[in-house]
Design a protein around this ligand. Structure first.
Ligand SMILES: Cc1cc2nc3c(=O)[nH]c(=O)nc-3n(C[C@H](O)[C@H](O)[C@H](O)COP(=O)(O)O)c2cc1C
Length: 369
């Protein structure tokens, strides 16, 4: 095993994006944009407070009104949203930060109450377990999605392309394609949710096709050195499963190697994907250890990291950088606290999703920034 002398405070290059440290703010859905998915002034304040992160990855942001996953989720498909995101990126840049946008099609993890009556779409007609919230925050159960017709798939790629063009106009430093957590692209990858018999189902090559089409189309707009991809092998969130995750993700990574991306971002299946509990699962595969050696570019690992665990992961060469989710919710100045070896604020789970300023922009920084 190769050891490195890299730490969380080491500078890092992710494609064309230069980071002063290797501490990443993980994508975090907070449900605090407008009902129309327009980023709010609170969103601007929240991201600006966290501008010292090596890189901010925004919360999952919808590429279409037809795939909204939760109420008050931001989008990047209307001019109003673009203008509002521009205020976020300008403010983060003015503080010296870097910010990429996580773009998502929620697939079957959406609901017709959130899409103006449009049924969710997915590779196959299998409903996800559980549910989401309606715009009025009533619990709703996931519906059986409509199967995406073969002819409709180029339209999905086009939505990702338009979102990327919009992200450029909004001033982002790059885009992260959400290929994780059971949303549309992950749904195509894994055989527990993809029962198709056409060129996008069956073999691993076929199941990987849509993701790669999106990666290539998005890269042609913004440059592959500004594109990241998030994957979540072996995670069961949103009812995901695959009969052979090792073979599947080895293939995905081998294909991504030829694309020269800014980074690959992988979650650890040990941690809750939505922060619902603090317990870590044992006896699950360690994705960073398993897949980092296969990927030839920069590798971000996320999921259940303590500062010590993150440092060890970097030292062992199992990742180039570590993304922190819950820690970043509670510590806007996480980089400064790590630098000073200062104590961390504790997060309040009750205010993770939805609401206003409380639990969002009122976590104290040690030194006012
Ligand atoms: C409140 C909350 C919202 C999240 N939203 C997203 C999201 O929008 N996109 C995503 O890929 N992951 C999302 N995640 C997963 C995190 O990015 C991260 O992988 C997870 O919290 C584990 O990291 P941690 O142990 O450092 O919190 C979310 C997690 C939490 C707690």
């Amino acid at each position: 095993m190769t050891t490195t002398n890299r730490t969380l405070l080491s500078p890092l290059k992710l494609g064309s994006i230069e980071l002063p440290n290797s501490i990443i703010m993980a994508p975090l859905t907070r449900m605090r944009s407008s009902a129309d998915g327009v980023p709010s002034d609170l969103n601007i304040e929240y991201y600006t407070q966290r501008a010292s992160a090596g890189l901010i990855i925004t919360e999952a942001t919808s590429i279409t009104a037809d795939s909204v996953g939760v109420p008050n989720m931001p989008g990047i498909f209307t001019q109003e949203q673009i203008v509002a995101w521009r205020k976020v990126t300008d403010a983060v840049h003015a503080r010296g930060g870097r910010i990429v946008i996580q773009i998502v099609h929620a697939g079957r993890a959406s609901h017709s109450s959130l899409t103006g009556g449009v049924l969710p779409v997915a590779p196959s007609a299998l409903a996800a377990p559980g549910g989401t919230y309606s715009p009025r925050y009533e619990s709703v159960t996931y519906e059986t999605p409509e199967v995406l017709a073969l002819e409709a798939l180029s339209g999905i790629v086009a939505l990702f392309v338009q979102a990327t063009e919009n992200a450029l106009e909004a001033g982002f430093d790059g885009v992260e394609i959400h290929g994780a957590n059971g949303y549309l692209l992950d749904g195509f990858l894994q055989d527990g949710t993809n029962l198709r018999t056409d060129g996008y189902g069956g073999s691993i090559t076929n199941r990987t096709r849509l993701l790669l089409e999106v990666v290539d189309a998005v890269s042609s707009v913004i440059g592959s050195d500004k594109v990241g991809v998030r994957l979540s092998p072996s995670s069961t969130y949103n009812g995901m499963s695959d009969s052979d995750p090792k073979a599947l993700f080895n293939h995905v990574i081998a294909q991504l190697n030829t694309r020269h991306l800014a980074y690959l971002h992988m979650t650890e299946a040990r941690a809750s994907e939505i922060g619902m509990h603090d317990d870590l699962l044992h006896n699950v595969i360690n994705n960073a250890e398993q897949f980092r050696p296969v990927f030839e570019g920069a590798f971000i690992s996320a999921g259940g990291y303590t500062l010590q665990g993150a440092g060890e992961t970097l030292a062992k060469g199992h990742a180039s950088a570590v993304a922190f989710g819950r820690m970043y919710i509670a510590n806007p100045d996480l980089v400064e606290r790590i630098t000073a070896e200062a104590e961390l604020n504790k997060y309040d789970r009750a205010t993770f999703y939805g609401g206003g300023a409380e639990g969002y922009v009122d976590y104290p920084a040690r030194v006012a920034n």
